[in-house]
Design a protein around this ligand. Structure first.
Ligand SMILES: [Mn+2]
Length: 340
């Protein structure tokens, strides 16, 4: 039987032992780990005869989520803290599954050579193309706050979202909630008068929520003050051609479907997959582009986990896109399918 499945997984957010121990990592080393490993065992490795590709669609690793007063984890520390996850990936390759890795914003600085050494045979790619006219990428490149920003940070390309993550991890708001950040933005946007003061007020509001931190410890132990960050990014909206009004829309990064439509229109794709938002989604939309499917892979570091499975048989034209929910035992509980 030929291999007909491509399995897309994103936003696992593997971290270091130090952050697992302090419970500051988004991926918890108990429930989330058991679920992820069981899923890889039972749905990927055991069924390897039907799996063609396993695509890690960004934010598999995370060196952003870390309290402001701690040095963020290095990728060597992160790789060392997740031997079982890496072992499953090596097994998949040994069973003949092609494993692809796409960078996300939380791991955009992970050196290709480091990962390819750790998982021999794994391929680092910028976007996945295949299964007819399918296109998959992490999705942060479409966003204002999380795409690499070499204009305001020529040396490292850190976007403002990096500092938002650092401050959010220092706040008392337990656990991870994307919506939490968006609500904070909403308040600031209501009060902001110009788009420049908006960025300053946003950083101010987040620093306040993070127990009034005044500085952030950067890799290598260097210190960066909140005032420096405000100055550094204050022109971000105008650089991107945003008025205060359009900024309100752009900030809602919870929905990437519009960008999926645009990719279909501009490049002729008919299936577009993103991760990044942590909000699983699948729809088949006729509004802008006829016969296009957009799906979001969701996340593995939250109460609910999900992935997307694209099925296409060689020499046949039909494609099935399945949004799959996974329970704490790594079993599939629910599947929503759209077909082309
Ligand atoms: Mn992301």
């Amino acid at each position: 039987m030929s291999r007909y499945q491509r399995i897309f997984v994103s936003d696992v957010h593997l971290s270091s032992q130090r952050l697992y121990d302090s419970k500051k990592a988004w991926y918890d080393s108990n429930n989330h780990r058991n679920r992820f490993l069981s899923f890889l065992d039972n749905q990927v490795l055991v069924k390897s005869k039907q799996v063609k590709d396993l695509i890690l669609l960004g934010d598999l690793f995370d060196n952003w989520v870390c309290p402001a007063d701690e040095e963020p984890p290095t990728f060597n520390e992160i790789l060392a803290a997740n031997p079982k996850e890496l072992e499953r990936l090596r097994k998949a390759i040994n069973l003949g599954i092609k494993v692809f890795f796409v960078h996300g914003n939380h791991d955009y600085t992970l050196p290709k050579s480091l990962l390819e050494k750790e998982v021999p045979g794994l391929k680092v790619i910028t976007a996945y193309k295949g299964a007819g006219r399918t296109h998959a990428e992490h999705g942060h490149l479409c966003t204002l706050f999380n795409r690499p920003d070499y204009l305001n940070d020529p040396a490292y390309g850190r976007p403002l979202g990096y500092y938002i993550s650092r401050l959010h991890t220092s706040s008392n708001h337990a656990g991870f909630s994307f919506a939490d950040i968006v609500f904070a933005l909403d308040d600031v946007l209501e009060a902001a008068v110009t788009s420049a003061t908006m960025i300053e007020s946003l950083i101010e509001a987040l620093a306040e929520r993070a127990n009034n931190v005044t500085e952030i410890m950067m890799p290598g132990g260097q210190i960066k003050t909140i005032d420096e960050i405000k100055k550094q990014y204050r022109d971000l909206p105008t650089q991107q051609g945003h008025s205060l009004l359009s900024l309100r829309t752009a900030i809602r990064e919870l929905e990437l479907g519009f960008h999926a439509d645009q990719l279909c229109r501009d490049f002729g794709f008919n299936v577009v997959l993103f991760g990044h938002t942590h909000h699983k989604k699948i729809d088949k939309d006729f509004l802008f582009v006829e016969d296009r499917i957009y799906a979001n892979t969701g996340t593995w570091c939250d109460k609910n986990a999900s992935c997307v499975i694209v099925e296409k048989y060689p020499l046949k034209s039909g494609i099935s896109v399945k949004l799959v929910d996974v329970d704490l035992n790594g079993s599939i509980t629910n599947t929503r399918t759209r077909r082309l």
